[in-house]
Each structure stands twice: as C-alpha cells, then as structure tokens.
Design a protein. Structure first.
Length: 216
C-alpha cells in the first residue's frame, strides 16, 4: 500500500516537473517570473506537495533560482554565462560524438536519421518549437548512443540552459533546413565510424558564424 502511494506521488511529481520545465523552455514562464506553488498546483489540479518537489528538482537543475525574498524565479543568463554554456556544450558534445563513433549501433543510426527526417518536416512547416524539441533529442541521442549516462545527464541539463538562453532568437526556415543538413553530415561520419570527421562536422555545426545567433 505504501509502495502504491509512493508511486502515485512520484507520478504527480513527474507530471509537475514536466509541466513547469516545458513552460520554462518554451518561454511561457519567462526569465524572472515568480513561480508560486499554490498557482501551479491549481493549474495542475494537484496538491502543493508534488509541485514543491518538482520545483526543488528544477532548482537543483539550475533552471530556477532563489530571489531576494526567497521566492523561486525562472533563471536568466548573462552574456558571460551564455558564453560559458556554449563552451561547455561544445566540450561535452565532442566527447559524446567521439565515443559514439566507435560504439554506435545501426538502431541508433536509424533513430538519428528518423529525428532528422522529422526535423525536415517541422522546418518546412516553420514550427520552431517542435524543431528545437527534436534538435535536443538529436544531440541527446548521440550521448545515449555513446553509452555515457553521466555525460547524458550533464548534457541534458545544459541543453535546458541553451533553450532558455536562446528563447528570443528567431530562426528562419532556411536556417532550420541548414541545421538538418549539418545533422546529416554528423550521422554520415558516425556511420563510417570516422571519429575525426564526426567531430569536425559537429564543430562546424556548433561554431558556424553565419546565423550563429539563430542556431539551436
């Protein structure tokens, strides 16, 4: 009986976590917004306990911060912090791509190609939010294919920072189409088990000067 109650509480916390995190990453909850337990619980139709637990997780994840009056706020990022995020992202993704080059499976490659196919479809529809979700899935899938679960967790947290830091960036359809082409180049190199080419394709993707501010 206790186990069932614990499982139910876990599901409610996961639901609250997913709801709040998605709202932060989509910009529904903007940087500096105060998140009140009571209001969130009402929106979710739950008690405040799972909301409190979910907010605690997001605070540890770094998407929230404690304000001057001890209230929880959606975190913002300074230009220096954004540069640090970019450097950390590059370092972690290079490790993931290099490792994946030697251990990636055919199923992993198929899943990566499917993600790119779906990206092309949403890019054609100019659905930036769906495109960014798939972009996050693509980069995390490489870390998963590399069999590096600790790196996967770190990169997942960092990808959340990237999304928040780039919320106000507009991405024209031409940029989205270009990004999918760069993703395909990474997959092609992974399929050849060519670590150097895969890393080079990744770095070209992350550091391209054209449209850099508009890149996911």
């Amino acid at each position: 009986m206790q186990t069932e109650r614990d499982a139910a509480r876990g599901r409610l916390t996961a639901k609250a976590y997913s709801y709040v995190r998605s709202a932060i990453l989509s910009g529904e909850f903007r940087s500096g917004s105060i998140l009140a337990e009571e209001e969130l619980a009402e929106a979710l139709g739950s008690s405040r306990t799972p909301v409190r637990h979910a907010l605690s997780l997001l605070l540890k994840e770094g998407l929230l911060e404690v304000g001057a009056r001890r209230q929880l706020l959606v975190r913002g990022f300074t230009p220096d912090q954004r540069r640090e995020i970019a450097m950390l992202r590059e370092a972690l993704e290079v490790v993931a791509v290099r490792q994946a080059s030697s251990v990636v499976s055919d199923d992993d490659l198929d899943q990566l190609r499917l993600l790119v196919l779906r990206q092309r479809r949403v890019a054609a529809a100019a659905d930036q939010e769906a495109f960014l979700d798939l972009d996050e899935g693509f980069h995390l899938k490489i870390a998963e294919a590399a069999n590096l679960p600790i790196l996967y967790g770190l990169l997942s947290q960092l990808r959340g920072f990237v999304r928040v830091a780039q919320l106000d960036v507009d991405r024209p359809p031409a940029v989205l189409a270009e990004v999918t082409g760069e993703h395909e180049s990474i997959i092609d190199a992974l399929e050849r088990r060519d670590a150097e080419s895969a890393v080079a394709a990744l770095l070209a993707h992350l550091n391209k000067t054209e449209y850099r501010g508009a890149r996911p």
